[in-house]
Design a protein around this ligand. Structure first.
Ligand code: GDP
Ligand code: MG
Length: 165
């Protein structure tokens, strides 16, 4: 039983982070990665992609009825993005806290140390994405890392709980 507790205490959570086209174009990648690593995240996997319109439509389907949807598609397809699986305890909430509010102009005032405040432009061009719940994280990770997320999980279990679990 004690061994079970020991394993539970090191369980990690994963979330999806994206450096959006404005973040990559403005050369914020290294700064953002430094913040990520300094905040205790491990970048478990990353891939640089040029998204197409269909991918953005699917990824952001929850916003399909919003007035800014077409603009969001144009923005997200305007250049490459860097998609990352970020891992630590409480990764989903901690990454959302680190990126700050959606509107980068407000982030500058209310969350001056957030990543969106650092890159600040406006309510659309806000530099980074973060999953908004563990369920979203699961969906979004498997959207970009289809076979790999299961493999990563198996790897983690084997790494952290080799015999005792
Ligand atoms: P997030 O979870 O903080 O990224 O925000 P949402 O899920 O509400 O929106 C998804 C993305 O759509 C945001 O990160 C912005 O890039 C964009 N967006 C959100 N709200 C607006 C808006 O009011 N106007 C415009 N032009 N874009 C928006
Ligand atoms: Mg969102």
């Amino acid at each position: 039983v004690k061994q079970g507790f020991r394993c539970a205490s090191i369980e990690k959570e994963q979330t999806l982070g994206i450096i959006k086209p404005d973040g990559l174009l403005s050369n914020y990648t290294d700064k953002i990665k430094n913040v990520i690593l300094d905040s205790g995240f491990v970048i478990r996997n990353e891939v640089s992609l040029q998204l197409d319109e269909d991918s953005v439509r699917t990824f952001y389907a929850e916003h399909s009825s919003k007035s800014f949807f077409n603009s969001l598609i144009t923005y997200m397809t305007s250049g490459p993005v860097l998609v990352m699986i970020l891992e630590k305890e409480n990764a989903v909430a901690d990454w959302r806290a680190l990126i700050g509010p959606t509107d980068a102009r407000k982030a500058k005032i209310t969350h001056p140390h957030s990543i969106r405040a650092m890159c600040r432009t406006n309510s659309e061009k806000n530099c980074v994405h973060g999953s908004d719940s563990p369920q979203s994280a699961q969906r979004e990770i498997s959207f970009f890392f289809k076979e790999k997320s299961a493999a990563v999980y198996v790897f983690l279990v084997l790494k952290y709980c080799p015999i005792s679990c």
